[in-house]
Design a protein around this ligand. Structure first.
Ligand code: PLP
Length: 389
């Protein structure tokens, strides 16, 4: 494995904390941010916004990129720009961040949950097909932990039923499906640039699309429905303030410049964890399909029956060793906000989603950040394996 450079600020410290994920800003970030400060372009106008949008869209092979304030805003903007609203159903995987279903509800539509595939942990195309009704308007395909969804199958289903396809690529910077970058398949694709993501702007988001009209709607809706350069204060569509600042875009541009290196490092981290856990019968890992190049944003293991310790015992053991882990997502159909809430906008939560439940109950997200060293990975793996009975 090539690890260049060994950039962990914690390397060599006795019992220093091994964090689950922290940002690494080791390129032109500071230079570009100082440029914003020196030139006074600190808000949502300035040259870094367009430069970041173009660099990231170009990298993904997409015609248009529209930066916005975070990944959640990106999902909401995409739904609104695609005209999804009252009376529509949107198919959402049960295993994802609650942002997906919340934004569908905010747009006025109803989320319909489906289970995920047992190997890839991404939305199950068979389950999607079964969930389609005359009200279905769109599918949200979440590329879980950087592994792509089965896009050929989803695109075929979407085409056959005249549905819109939105990629939630919040975790999938640099992910590839059959040689094409994640984010270049859907009617729109949404990215997050939160601090722990493979590429970060602190907080930030971006929507990709190949459709110039959708791109225009995204831009207008991103900023209160303002059209064109001059502000006439005449609003033809409802909009929001989901703008990204030039300062954030400056960081995003610097991060994009080094995306290949970051994705390679993520893949190295995953490869080393795999080596350590391979052949361990009671630990399951996400399967990387032959058609996929996962960007491995987050490395999660699932403890199977017979492991010998519960998930909570393992997390407690790791915490004692100053190793920070993260819990998996909780099944959306079990979220108290939906199950206990008495609101007609909320989704039906009565279905069964066994794969999601298993991931939610037995998953542990191990340290996966770009600053991890080989030695830290070995320490984490050893600590997990110590708990086997
Ligand atoms: C799958 C998924 N969708 C959406 C989001 C929302 O992104 P943000 O935190 O930037 O709003 C995240 C963030 O972690 C995510 O993991």
């Amino acid at each position: 494995m090539k690890w260049k450079p060994e950039i962990s600020p914690y390397d060599g410290m006795e019992f220093a904390m091994i964090f689950q994920n922290i940002p690494v800003l080791d390129g032109n970030e500071k230079k570009y941010v100082v440029d914003c400060l020196d030139t006074n372009w600190i808000s949502s106008m300035g040259s870094y916004i367009g430069a970041f949008e173009q660099a990231f869209a170009g990298y993904c092979g997409c015609a248009h990129g529209v930066a916005c304030s975070n990944g959640t805003a990106a999902i909401h903007l995409a739904l609104e720009a695609l005209g999804i609203g009252f009376g529509d159903e949107v198919i959402v995987p049960d295993y994802t961040l609650v942002a997906d279903s919340n934004m569908v509800i905010l747009a006025g539509a109803k989320p319909v949950f489906v289970d995920v595939d047992k190997d890839t942990w991404c939305i199950d195309p068979d389950a999607v097909e079964k969930a389609i009704t005359p009200r279905t308007k769109a599918i949200i395909a979440v590329h879980m932990y950087g592994h792509p969804c089965d896009m050929d199958r989803l695109m075929e289903i979407a085409k056959r039923h005249s549905l819109l396809l939105i990629e939630d690529a919040a975790q999938a910077h640099g992910t590839e499906y059959k040689g094409r970058k994640a984010g270049s398949f859907g009617d729109a694709a949404c990215f997050s640039f939160y601090a722990t993501k493979t590429l970060t702007t602190g907080e930030g988001g971006l929507v990709l699309t190949n459709d110039p009209d959708i791109a225009e709607r995204l831009r207008i809706m991103r900023s209160h429905g303002f059209e064109g350069e001059g502000r006439t204060y005449v609003h033809r569509v409802m909009g929001f303030n989901y703008r990204l600042t030039n300062l954030q875009a400056a960081i995003g541009l610097a991060q994009t410049e080094r995306i290949d290196e970051k994705v390679a490092k993520k893949r190295d981290i995953a490869a080393r964890y795999r080596e350590r856990f391979e052949g361990c019968p009671n630990i399951t890992m996400q399967v990387e399909m032959p058609w996929a190049v996962s960007s491995y944003w987050n490395f999660m293991i699932v403890l199977e029956e017979g492991f010998g310790a519960t998930r909570d015992q393992v997390i407690a053991h790791l915490a004692e060793k100053k190793i920070q882990c993260r819990l998996p997502f909780n099944s959306l159909h079990r979220q108290p906000v939906y199950t206990d809430g008495n609101d007609p906008r909320y989704p039906d939560t009565s279905g069964d989603y066994p794969v999601t439940d298993k991931l939610s109950l037995n998953g542990i997200s191990l340290p996966s950040g770009l600053s991890l060293t080989e030695r830290e990975i070995d320490t984490v793996a050893e600590a997990v394996l110590e708990m086997r009975r």
